[in-house]
Every structure is written in C-alpha cells, then in structure tokens.
Write a protein that binds this ligand. Structure first.
Ligand code: NOJ
Length: 525
C-alpha cells in the first residue's frame, strides 16, 4: 500500500481512544455542577441515553422478529475449521475454552427450535459451515460434500419451516476451512488473501444456492467483513494471525470484496426458487457499523480522525457494493488511479443491507494503535455509560445514527445482529427494549425501511477469543450439564411480548430495572 494510504489508515481506521484518559476519572456528562457541560472535555460528545419521544412504538406489519447464531459458536465437531485449530493454540482464547464444549446445536436442534418458538421468534439467522460440508480440499475439488452435514442443515431448515420460522443463512461467519486458512503457515497467503478465494467462494456459494435454494431466500455471504479483516490480519484476534500488517489487511479486504461479489452472483444464479418470501435469492453481507465520536470534540485532529474512521468503517464497503463506487486507496475521494465510480462489476451487489449494531467508539488523532476484540476502536476512555460484560458501552441512541447513515443507500435494512453479554440477566431486557425502541423510532420518525431484527443470540455460545464467558443468549446454556439445558432468560419473555404484540410501550421500558454493573469477562477491554 502506498504511504499516503497507510498514513490515513493509521490515523483514521486504527488510531482510536488512545490518548490516556484523565487518571481514573469517569467521564461525567452530568456531575460537572455547571449548567452547560464543557464541550471540550474529552469524551463530552458521548452523552447518556435519553429515550426518543413517544408513548409507544409500533413495528410495521410483517416486521421480522428473530434471533441469530453462527455455526462455529454453537456446533460441535467443526474440526476442519481454522478456528478449531486456533482455539487449540495456548493463549488464543480466554481460559483455553474450546468450541466443542459449547451448546452442541445439532444434538439440541429441537430444543433450539422450541426456544425460538418460546421466544415468539419468527425468523432465525444461522450459518452453514463450509468446513463441515467440505472438510478437505479434495472433497471440495471433487464436489463430494459431507452427506451428514448436508442432512443436518436440511433437518434444521425443515424443523424451522414446520415451526413457521423464516431462515436467513450465512455462508461465511468468521470460520474458514483449514485447507484455505492454515494457521501453521501464516507467512503464506491465507484465508481471504488467497487469489483463489473469489472463485472458490463463488463455487461454494453456487453449491449452497443449488442445495438449499428451495428452502432459503435470504442469504448473507460474509459476516462482518471488516471485523474479520482487522481481526485476522491486523489485530491478531482471529486466525491466521501474525505477521500483522496493514498492507496485508487491505490486500485481503480487496480480495474479500471480490469473493463477496462472486458469492452474490453465484447465489442468484443457483437459487432461483422462491422458498416463500415472494422472491428467490436475496443476498447481502452482515455489516458491523458503529458510531464514532471524537475523543475531544474541540480538537481538529480528533474530529478528522473520527470522520475518517466513520467513512472507512461505515461507508467504504457499502459505497462499493451499492453504488459501485470503489475507493481503492481508501482516501475518501474517487480520483485515484484505481478508483471507479458506478463500476458495474460492483454496483448493486447487495439486495438489502444487513446491519450488526453494538455501540459507540471514541477516536483520537493520536498515533497509537489499539485494536480491541478485533475492532479498531473500543474505548479505553472511561465513560459514565452502563457497560456490558464485554466492557462495551451501552449506547442505544446510536442505532438511529447508524440507521440514518444507511438511508442514502435506499435499500431495505435487516438488523442482522444486536445484543448484549450479560451473565446475570440483569440488563438484557432493558438493553433489548431500548435498542428496539430506537429502531421503532427510526422507522416511524426517520422513515427508515427496517424490515426485521435478529437478536444476537438465540443461546449463549462461544464468543471467539473471549470463550464462553460472555453470555449473549436469550436462552442460557448450562455448560456444566451434559444435557446443555436451554433456560429462558427474562429477556426472552420480553422479546416474546414485543414480537407477539408488534409494539413496545414507554411504560414497559420504564418498569424495567435500571442497569446494574456488569460481570466483566476475562480480557474484557
Ligand atoms: C458479531 C459477530 O458476528 C458474532 O459472531 C459475535 O458473537 C457478536 N458480534 C458478539 O460479539
């Protein structure tokens, strides 16, 4: 990558929250004692949540209330996935947790479908795992899929259909077959940095569309593409790991875009059957977007860094896939030698927008690299906001910001993920209600076309490098019991109430307990 781009990325994408916060002092939006808070106080742009107005929020008819999951996080026996190998390397996953000790979803398929029904969910997002269907390179090249694997996913899809639950299928959710991402050879091109990835991913997508197209209409090619890129090639929180290098990351990200496009076209080619939605394949990505605030709103370099990070993280990719506007040097302008406007090779390669929303980050212009949990900008900056067990700030108001930002793409939006790690089940209901409330207001007041909401996640699961500590589930998994019992959280009852009535009242939210302090997980940053 050329130096200019490197500098921009360093100052923008990766420079974050890195100024030392004032020693131990929480940010107080309210305790300054002054009527007008000091706008120049670091972190002053992150203010406490004040619910948008109204006594109730109703969701449009047919709004799809669902829950989400991913194979590597809930299935047992994905022994040919890069994450399986990665979790066996000491130090990569907190407490040495292993995916095989998780919810064992295939053995509890009926339990999970029953859980969806009990929560009033009408939709389920899950992944079909490439390494289960094609455990070896040979099996892929000869197109000899694993029959038991195919049968397991067909069984799940049938059980969902019988229960009246609409499927959304992800065909790449962070885990890659180990024959494409070999963590023992990180110095060779691995995962999405391989030149062959686009054609192979296209072929994988084509086969999935053909196999499952009569049962599935909604497809996600790649989950959280930029989180994956930063995590795998820059932060080292995901395989293949070192050498961590920004050029390597951007090189892989560009190939990932090609892989998505190949997957998009292949799914349209192979899935031509309407499985019940009124259309055949509808394809997108699940994109993690967040709010970026300047560390110091009166500091020009912080403002610029926040703006650039916002562009790179929230807009760069969707600009390419929706408008065909390709910013090859990632400088925010379309005047570079390899930049293109309205490139037909890219334009229109998402049919809807998938949005994963988890919160807010502060960004500074100071050049200190910080990647936390694979993301560029979780704050070291203490704030007064309530926290999750992952130590993430809870920021429901940001939902409206990220949704408004997506409005320019003029496509329907599905919230493909939103949820909270909360082992005590003390904060989950309020988190769920406040976030759904803001989505409802965005639909009603901002005219944003949100069609559905998938809570992350249906059950507790393997939270990547954090292991099993963070409990996001609407249903709690008893990891100590061989039965892996699914126990409903209080939030699952609230979810059902909202999904069944298609509305949420301010009084319901007011009646919920205030946020209490989290049970911080090891490594929570
Ligand atoms: C986004 C990822 O897609 C999912 O795998 C993860 O568990 C959640 N965020 C929570 O961190």
């Amino acid at each position: 990558m050329r130096g200019g781009v490197l500098a921009l990325i360093l100052t923008a994408l990766t420079a974050c929250s890195s100024k030392d916060a004032p020693s131990g002092a929480p940010l107080d939006a309210g305790d300054a004692g002054a009527d007008a808070p000091d706008p120049c106080k670091p972190g002053a742009s992150i203010t406490p949540y004040v619910r948008s107005g109204g006594a109730e929020t109703t969701f449009p008819a047919g709004f799809r209330f669902g829950a989400a999951s991913a194979g590597m996080q809930i299935e047992k026996g994905l022994v040919h996935a890069d994450w399986y190998q990665w979790a066996n390397v000491a130090g990569k996953v907190a407490r040495g947790d292993k995916p095989d000790d998780g919810p064992d979803a295939f053995a509890h398929l009926e339990d999970d479908v029953a859980a969806l029904v009990a929560a009033g969910a009408k939709a389920y997002r899950f992944s079909i795992e490439w390494s289960r269907i094609y455990p070896t390179r040979e099996s892929f090249d000869k197109n000899e899929p694993d029959a038991a694997g195919l049968a397991a996913y067909h069984k799940l899809l049938k059980a969902l259909r019988d229960a009246g639950i609409h499927p959304m299928v992800t065909i790449h959710h962070f885990a890659t077959p180990d024959w494409l991402d070999d963590i023992t050879k990180p110095k060779e091109p691995q995962g999405f940095e391989r030149d062959e990835m686009a054609p192979l991913f296209g072929e994988w997508a084509k086969r999935m569309g053909k196999e499952f197209g009569a049962e599935v209409d909604d497809w996600i090619t790649i989950n959280e593409p930029l989180v994956l890129m930063v995590g795998a090639y820059l932060a080292g929180a995901h395989p293949p790991g070192p050498p961590l290098d920004i050029d390597r990351m951007f090189n892989a990200a560009k190939k990932l875009v090609k892989a998505h496009v190949a997957g998009y076209r292949a799914l349209h080619e192979s899935d031509t059957v309407d499985a019940g939605s009124g259309h055949a394949a509808w394809v997108s990505i699940a994109k993690h977007n967040r709010v970026f605030k300047p560390y110091d709103a009166c500091e020009e370099t912080d403002l610029t860094a926040a703006k650039k990070t916002d562009y790179l993280w929230n807009e760069w990719l969707y600009n390419a896939l929706v408008f065909g506007d390709w910013d090859d040097d990632a400088d925010g302008k379309y005047d570079g030698p390899n930049d293109k406007k309205a490139d037909p090779a890219l334009k229109g390669t998402v049919d809807f927008l998938g949005l994963n929303y988890y919160g807010v980050s502060t960004v500074s212009g100071a050049l200190k690299l910080k990647y936390i949990g694979g993301l560029p900008a979780y704050d070291a900056l203490p704030t007064d906001l309530p926290k999750t067990d992952m130590n993430w700030d809870i920021y429901p108001q940001g939902f409206r910001d990220v949704l408004r930002q997506l409005k320019k793409y003029s496509l329907p939006i599905y919230i493909t993920e939103n949820g909270v790690g909360d082992a005590k089940d003390a904060n989950k209901s309020r988190y769920l209600a406040e976030h759904l409330w803001e989505i409802g207001r965005a639909i009603a007041d901002d005219g944003i076309d949100v069609r559905g909401y998938y809570y992350w996640s249906l059950t507790d699961n393997f939270e990547w490098d954090r292991g099993f500590c963070p409990r996001f589930g609407l249903f709690r998994i008893d990891y100590a019991s061989p039965a892996r019992t699914r126990t409903p959280t209080k939030a699952s009852a609230l979810f059902k109430q909202i999904a069944d009535s298609n509305k949420l009242t301010a009084a319901t939210i007011d009646a919920l307990p205030a946020y209490s302090s989290p049970t911080l997980c090891p490594g929570a940053r």
